[in-house]
Design a protein around this ligand. Sequence first.
Ligand SMILES: [Zn+2]
Length: 146
Amino acid sequence: MTCRFEYKEWMPDRVRKREGETPKKSKICKTCGRSFEWRKKWERDWDVVKYCSDACRGQRPGEADAALESAIMELLAERGRDKTICPSKAAKAVGGKAARRDWEGLMEPARAAARRLVTAGKIVITQKGRVIDPDTAKGAIRLKLR
Ligand SMILES: [Zn+2]
C-alpha cells in the first residue's frame, strides 16, 4: 500500500514537468526586448502575455520608440555593413543633440529599441567586437547590422 501511495504522489509532478517544457518557454517583452520566464501568475493567459512587467505594459512602444528603431536602421545603413554605432547616436538623432538633456532620457529607450531589433533579426548587439546576448549586456554596447 505504501508503495502505491508514493507512486501516485510522484506521478502528477512528473507529468506536469513534462508539459511545462514547451508551452511555458520564455518570451521576449514587446517593450524592453528582454526575455522573461513563465510565472505562476500568468498560468491562465501565458499565450497572450506580451510584456515582462506592469512597468513595461504601461510603456508600450510609442512614436518615439518607433523613431528610435528607424534611426538605428538608418544610421547603420549610412555607416555600411560591418560598421557599428553607439545607441546614443540614435538617441541624439531622435531627441536632438544641442543639450545633453535632449537625448539622455532616450538612452535606455534606444537600448530597448536595439533589443527589439535584435529580436526582429535585423541587428546584433556587440561588445568589444563580439556579438553578445542582449539580455545580459552590461555597460557600453554597439549596434551592427545583422
Ligand atoms: Zn519588459
